[in-house]
Write a protein that binds this ligand. Structure first.
Ligand code: FAD
Ligand code: UDP
Length: 399
């Protein structure tokens, strides 16, 4: 990979055909495809000191491979995205499992057959499970908000239990709101599962971890003669837009610009800041082989952090006597002070503000927005990859 720290004094944007802002999935996938399919010379500007965006992983002082920006587990039903990424990595067989700590009892999330029996006892849990099967069918995913609407005393009992013990307090910590105050698609990510599959992503056809880590996968994706990566460079220092033209280093740029950062930042927040949630991630290394039984434990009724992840479960790394864990504390994001906008907030007024920023970019020639930040969408890694593949298809077909 052609990686450079900072820009050289003689940096000349016109020696490139494409400028990509951001070296996460959105930027890296587009860069690779345009270099390969169009023979474009691509310059990536990344303000952090590394590639891979929020999927970045590295070895901490104890030698444990950890995820700097939160636990990342690849799972997808999108064959094309999976095949594209598989060019740059092998995958380990990891199947993510999450337990909820409900007053000291650890039960699978998504809430499933096993969780029902732990919550209601063997016999009653089994009867309630049979009722769920009769109502929804076996191996079905049922969003909690849908379950709550059922007018049946047994189903209401399950719904009330799950709402109170799995969703309410966790969601209050994560979003500062109750589940019914936020978009149903957010709770829908973690449905009640009417079945025995105790994986966090039940029925996901492809799921695993890049065998050498995410950063290594990105390094391979960006390892191409026509791609140059500049880290530690904030594109806002170079890029400006006016009268339908994108200027780079004060001159109109004739090539394509692919922007994967937040749109409000690009315009100096002049219509107002787009709201996000950020996370404080607190890492700790412990002198023990293993801290908890699975990759992630969600604290759904207690504590002021949402979850603890133990990375060795995720990566399969063998390292006796040491393990690293991380607690996530969620809070409101403060714009313009260098915090990380981790989660978009899917509410109509925010989407409307986003649309106003987005409308402004549509008048810019050869300027493209893609990614979780730039599209203001709650994308997983496969969704961003798919979106970047689509955008690059479009650019390639117009080339
Ligand atoms: P990013 O990864 O945010 O990359 C954008 C890059 O652009 C960043 O590196 C940023 O520094 C750079 N940038 C922005 N503005 C500028 C600028 N002005 N100049 C230069 N560079 C700039 N997905 C899953 O599929 N599975 C998971 O288990 C999972 N877990 C997650 C856990 C957490 C806590 C979070 C927050 C997300 C998780 N995701 C997960 C989602 C995943 O992180 C995203 O889908 C993916 O990283 C988005 O890629 P992206 O390229 O759009 O954005
Ligand atoms: N959620 C919850 N309890 C859980 C797991 C999830 O209340 O044990 C809710 C919570 O609002 C969370 C959302 O479901 O933000 C989506 O969860 P997911 O694990 O997909 O979130 P992410 O991994 O993106 O942080």
């Amino acid at each position: 990979m052609n990686l450079n720290a900072g820009l050289p004094d003689d940096f000349n944007p016109s020696s490139f055909d494409v400028i990509v802002v951001g070296a996460g999935y959105a930027g890296a996938v587009c860069a690779r495809r345009l270099a390969e399919a169009c023979g474009s010379k691509v310059c990536i500007l990344e303000r952090r000191g590394h590639v891979a965006g929020n999927a970045y992983d590295y070895r901490d002082e104890a030698g444990v491979l950890v995820h700097k920006y939160g636990p990342h587990i690849f799972h997808t039903a999108d064959e094309r995205a999976f095949q594209f990424l598989s060019r740059f990595t092998d995958w380990t067989e990891y199947q993510h499992k999450v337990l909820a700590d409900v007053h000291g009892t650890l039960m699978p999330v998504p809430f499933n057959h096993t969780s029902l029996k732990l919550a209601f006892g063997e016999e009653r849990g089994e009867r309630l499970f049979q009722k769920l099967v009769a109502t929804f069918g076996m191996d079905k995913k049922v969003p909690i908000m849908e379950l709550r609407e059922k007018n049946d005393p047994d189903l209401s009992e399950v719904a009330d239990y799950v709402y109170e013990n799995v969703f309410l307090h966790y969601t209050m910590k994560q979003w500062g709101k109750t589940p019914d105050q936020i978009d149903p698609s957010v709770m829908g990510r973690v449905p009640v599962f009417v079945g025995d599959d105790d994986r966090y992503f039940p029925l996901a056809p492809n799921q695993g971890m890049p065998a050498d880590g995410y950063t290594a996968m990105f390094e391979r994706m960006l390892d191409h003669d026509l791609i140059k990566v500049y880290v530690g460079v904030d594109a806002r220092d170079l890029l400006s837009t006016a009268d339908g033209v994108v200027n780079v280093c004060g001159r109109p740029f004739g090539g394509e610009v692919i922007y994967t950062g937040p749109l409000d930042e690009l315009y100096g927040f002049d219509l107002g800041a787009l709201p996000y949630r950020t996370l404080d991630m607190v890492f700790e290394t412990l002198d023990m082989d293993q801290f908890q039984p699975v990759g992630t434990v969600n604290y759904t009724v207690s504590e002021n952090f949402t979850r603890i992840t133990e990375f060795k479960h995720l990566t399969g790394q063998v390292l006796p006597g040491k393990t690293s864990i991380m607690r996530e504390y969620s809070r409101s994001y403060i714009p313009g002070v260098g915090e990380t906008p981790y989660y978009i907030i899917n509410e109509p007024e925010n989407l409307e503000l986003y649309r106003r920023y987005r409308d402004r970019t549509s008048g810019l020639v050869n300027f493209h927005v893609v990614g979780r930040l730039a599209e203001y969408r709650y994308y997983d890694m496969d969704g961003v990859t798919a979106s970047a593949l689509e955008l690059s298809d479009e650019i390639i077909s117009n080339h």
